[in-house]
Design a protein around this ligand. Structure first.
Ligand SMILES: Cc1ncc(COP(=O)(O)O)c(C=O)c1O
Length: 280
C-alpha cells in the first residue's frame, strides 16, 4: 500500500484518511472512478483519462472539488510524496455525504496509488478464458464504481477457470467486465463493438496503432461472430492486449494465441514507452 493518498486535494497518510459513513458511495454505491498508469513519474495519456473522468462526473451530476489543472498538479505531488516512479493511479469521485441517505452531497475526490500491474506472463503466452453473461451495464459510457454483476459472478468465473466475464446483451457482444473486446474476423479485419460499452482508452490506442495495418471495423457484433473469429483479445489499462483463447469452454480460432494478438500487444507496449519518454 502506498504511504500517502489524496483526499479533496490534501495529501494524507493513507492509513488515517477516511470518508464519512453517510457517503453515497458507501450507502448506495453511487460514484465514478478512473484508473491509469504512470511510469518514470509521468502519467500515461492523462488528458484522455481526465476527459473520461470529468465526463463521467458530469453525467452523474457530480462536481469534483479540483479542476483538471489542479488535479494534474495534485497527482504529481502525490507521486513525489510516495517516492514511486511507476504505478497505477485510481481517481474516485463519490456521491458525497448525504443528509437523507439518498440525495448526493458534496462529492469527495480520492486519489490512490497502486503498484504497476504485473500480470502472469502465461496470460499472454497461453491466452485466457472467459465466460459469457447476458448483461447490459447501466450508463455504459460512464465509469461508475458499480461492478456488482462482475463481482457477484466471481465464484462462477473461478469455477470455469476463466479470467473474466464477457457481457453480451441478448446476443449482441458488448465488453468484458473490466475490458473491451476485439476480434480478428475470418476476413482478417479488426472488429470491435461500437456502442453500449465503456469507451476504453486502451481500445482507442489499439485502434490508432492498428490503423493502416489491417481494416478496422466498429459496428454491432453478434456473439456468434466471436466463435467464428480467427482470434480474439481483450484490452484494458491494466491488461494491455490480452489474448482470449476460450469462451464458455469453446476454442476461439485454433485455441492458441494468434499473431495479431501478439503483434498489437508489442505495438501497444512500444507506443506506451514512446509516450512516457516524450513527456520526460
Ligand atoms: C466496463 C469496462 N470496459 C472497458 C474497460 C477498459 O477501459 P480502459 O482501456 O480505459 O482501461 C474498463 C476498464 O476498467 C471497464 O471497466
Amino acid at each position: 500500500m502506498a504511504s500517502y493518498c489524496g483526499l479533496n486535494g490534501a495529501i494524507l497518510n493513507q492509513k488515517e484518511a477516511g470518508l464519512g459513513l453517510t457517503d453515497l458511495a458507501i450507502l448506495r454505491g453511487y460514484g465514478i472512478f478512473d484508473y491509469f498508469l504512470f511510469k518514470y513519474g509521468q502519467p500515461l495519456l492523462e488528458e484522455q483519462y481526465f476527459n473520461r473522468f470529468f465526463s463521467s462526473a458530469e453525467k452523474m451530476h457530480l462536481k469534483a472539488p479540483l479542476s483538471p489543472g489542479q488535479l494534474s498538479r495534485h497527482l504529481r505531488e502525490l507521486i513525489a510524496a510516495n517516492g514511486q516512479s511507476q504505478g497505477a493511479i485510481r481517481l474516485v469521485l463519490t456521491g458525497g455525504e448525504s443528509p437523507d441517505g439518498y440525495t448526493p452531497g458534496q462529492a469527495n475526490l480520492i486519489v490512490l496509488l497502486h503498484p504497476y500491474p504485473q500480470l502472469p506472463e502465461s496470460f499472454f503466452q497461453e491466452g485466457v478464458a472467459l465466460i459469457t453473461h447476458n448483461f447490459q451495464r447501466e450508463w455504459p459510457e460512464v465509469k461508475s464504481i458499480n461492478y456488482l454483476t462482475g463481482i457477484k459472478l466471481l465464484p462462477r468465473i473461478r469455477q470455469a477457470g476463466a479470467l473474466e466475464v464477457l457481457y453480451h446483451h441478448d446476443g449482441i457482444l458488448l465488453e468484458s467486465v473490466r475490458s473491451n473486446i476485439f476480434l480478428i474476423t475470418e476476413n482478417g479485419e479488426l472488429l470491435t463493438p461500437h456502442s453500449n460499452i465503456l469507451y476504453g482508452i486502451t481500445r482507442r490506442s489499439v485502434m490508432d496503432i492498428a490503423e493502416g495495418q489491417l481494416p478496422i471495423i466498429e459496428r454491432e457484433v453478434r456473439l456468434e461472430e466471436l466463435f467464428r473469429a480467427r482470434e480474439a483479445f481483450i484490452t484494458g489499462t491494466n491488461k494491455s492486449v490480452m489474448p482470449v483463447v476460450r469462451v464458455d469452454g469453446q476454442a476461439i480460432g485454433d485455441g492458441r494465441v494468434g499473431p495479431w494478438s501478439k503483434k498489437l500487444k508489442e505495438d501497444l507496449e512500444r507506443y506506451r514507452e514512446g509516450y512516457y519518454h516524450q513527456q520526460m
